[in-house]
Design a protein around this ligand. Structure first.
Ligand SMILES: Nc1nc2c([nH]c(=O)n2[C@H]2C[C@H](O)[C@@H](COP(=O)(O)OP(=O)(O)OP(=O)(O)O)O2)c(=O)[nH]1
Length: 131
């Protein structure tokens, strides 16, 4: 058994809309929508990992807010433990450097996207909290 992979994702909220990111063709699970983020590196807190990942993949700085959900999901490649946090943009405009598309979505419409399965509890909670 390989160890679970710890991943963080950010529900970035701006003007009442939530940022959803579609995984690109070179990523695993291409075409799935997710909260931008990635794997936590050794020694990092979830918040530090999120700030680093969003700087790398969206080229913007965020402030990490409240915890949304932590869930685990078993994929064919392993178990992901996904922790999601609300976040706000501090500087810069999100740019899709790795993702196929970035989309600002009203909370009530989030469920209409084809999310990565691990994200569904967080999507549900974000919609409920903001809706
Ligand atoms: N970032 C992110 N990954 C997610 C979410 N939901 C979900 O199942 N995942 C999965 C997809 C990947 O298998 C894994 C995250 O890996 P990643 O490829 O985004 O992370 P990374 O940038 O650190 O990876 P790497 O290519 O640098 O190794 O978690 C989500 O909402 N956000």
């Amino acid at each position: 058994m390989t160890a679970p992979i710890e991943v963080v994702g950010a529900a970035v909220v701006h003007d009442g809309l939530v940022l959803a990111a579609q995984r690109g063709p070179t990523m695993s699970m291409p075409g799935s929508w997710e909260f931008p983020g990635g794997k936590i590196e050794p020694g990092e807190s979830p918040q530090e990992a999120l700030v680093r990942e969003l700087r790398e993949e969206l080229l913007c700085d965020v402030t990490v807010g409240e915890h949304v959900e932590t869930t685990s999901h078993s994929y064919d490649f392993g178990i992901i433990i996904l922790s999601t946090y609300f976040a706000a943009i501090e500087a810069g405009e999100p740019q899709a450097t790795e993702h196929a598309e970035l989309r600002w979505v009203p909370p009530s419409k989030l469920h209409g996207l084809a999310w990565a399965p691990a994200d569904l509890p967080a999507v549900e909670r974000v919609s409920r909290v903001l809706g």
